[in-house]
Design a binder for this molecule. Structure first.
Ligand SMILES: NC(=O)C1=CN([C@@H]2O[C@H](COP(=O)(O)OP(=O)(O)OC[C@H]3O[C@@H](n4cnc5c(N)ncnc54)[C@H](OP(=O)(O)O)[C@@H]3O)[C@@H](O)[C@H]2O)C=CC1
Ligand SMILES: CC[C@](O)(C(C)=O)C(=O)O
Ligand SMILES: [Mg+2]
Ligand SMILES: [Mg+2]
Length: 330
């Protein structure tokens, strides 16, 4: 079982007298920066000129180029898109690392797959909230926190875990609970979860369900409601009450069908495919492909994104969501 830390295990004074540079001010960046500042930590932001820079200034932060922010800080949290971290680190951060500084991440990809190899005299730490940045900020303002993972890859100072816990305290995570992991475990399980279940798995399940009904002659709008729209209802129930709670809320017909047909759709073949996906993650095949795709300017990725955006499911969904005044993006 994972070791879990709470408020009493963390001490914010480990961040006292230090400047924390949050590099990036997107989903995670804005939340870490604002929560740490509200916790009394000295925070500056490192960015390139653009939308995020303007937003961070509007939110009252001192904003610098990444280079300048890295120079001024002793704790540097890299909250850039994973595929850009290596280049920004090499060009603007690396040379400003001093003995005893700490390099933080919210996802272990670049450390685990050795895209970034920090010098041995700095701490290398993970502090990764288990939720999107906007939730991390909202829940903090409401007086609570989103659980987070911490890990220490390199403990140059002998205080890396104390610093990780102090940071987790600053972003509000110890109010909920902080689980200890490793960069390897966080990276591999995060990639597996998003590929096999949360993003890849669910998207394909929805698309194939929709397509099966269309091919059988049903109306696309009805197929959309049944295979996509109602997903939120079910996921909300799972999120709040687990599978048992979800099954308590649906009809007995649905629950019986769940037990009878679920394993027919996701059975041995899917489990084998999941194992293969995990193997590709563990042996670096996925990382190698993703890195190469980015180095080549993402031709396949861009084409795939275009195809996915123009599929019938998306067109039908956009039209139906117009009917739903309560849907947030409207
Ligand atoms: N999103 C999430 O919920 C979660 C993300 N993570 C991890 O957190 C990290 C950050 O992800 P996320 O918050 O989603 O990222 P976002 O895409 O939301 O934000 C990226 C930020 O980086 C800035 N940026 C991009 N390129 C550069 C550059 N060359 N120089 C300086 N700044 C730049 C962007 O600014 P600009 O406006 O200029 O583009 C933006 O502020 C990743 O490691 C991710 O895996 C971990 C847990 C959950
Ligand atoms: C589920 C996707 C995620 O891993 C996340 C928000 O945790 C990501 O990389 O965006
Ligand atoms: Mg994740
Ligand atoms: Mg992820």
């Amino acid at each position: 079982m994972a070791k879990i830390y709470y408020k009493q295990d963390a001490d914010l004074t480990h961040l006292q007298g230090k400047t924390v540079a949050i590099i990036g001010y997107g989903s995670q960046g804005h939340a870490h920066a604002q929560n740490l500042r509200d916790s009394g930590v000295k925070v500056i932001i490192g960015l390139r000129p653009g939308k995020s820079w303007d937003q961070a200034e509007q939110d009252g932060f001192d904003v610098f180029t990444v280079d300048e922010a890295a120079k001024r800080a002793q704790v540097i949290q890299i909250l850039l898109p994973d595929e850009l971290q290596k280049q920004v680190y090499e060009e603007q951060i690396k040379d400003h690392l001093n003995e005893g500084d700490a390099l933080f991440f919210a996802h272990g990809f670049n450390i685990h797959f050795e895209q970034i190899i920090p010098p041995s005299n700095v701490d290398v730490v993970l502090a990764a909230p288990k939720g999107p940045g906007h939730l991390v900020r909202r829940v903090f303002v409401e007086g609570f926190g989103v659980p987070a993972l911490i890990a220490v890859q390199q403990d140059a100072t002998g205080k890396a875990k104390d610093l990780a816990l102090a940071y987790a305290q600053g972003i509000g995570a110890t109010r909920a609970g902080v689980l200890e992991t490793t960069f390897k475990e966080e990276t591999e399980t995060d990639l597996f979860g998003e590929q096999a279940v949360l993003c890849g798995g669910v998207s394909e399940l929805v698309k194939n369900g929709f397509q099966t009904l269309l091919e059988a002659g049903y109306q696309p709008e009805i197929a959309y409601f049944e295979c996509m729209h109602e997903l939120k209802l079910i996921v909300d129930l799972m999120y709040e009450k687990g599978l048992t709670g979800m099954r308590d809320s649906i009809s007995n017909t649905a629950e019986y069908g769940d037990y009878v047909s679920g394993p027919r759709v996701i059975g041995d073949a899917s489990r084998q495919a999941m194992k293969d996906v995990l193997t590709d993650i563990q042996n670096g095949t996925f990382a190698k492909k993703f890195i190469a795709e980015n180095e080549q300017g993402r031709p396949w990725f861009a084409e795939k994104r275009k195809q996915e955006q123009s599929q019938e499911l998306e067109q039908v969904g956009a039209k139906l969501r117009e009917m739903m005044v309560w849907v947030e993006s409207k």
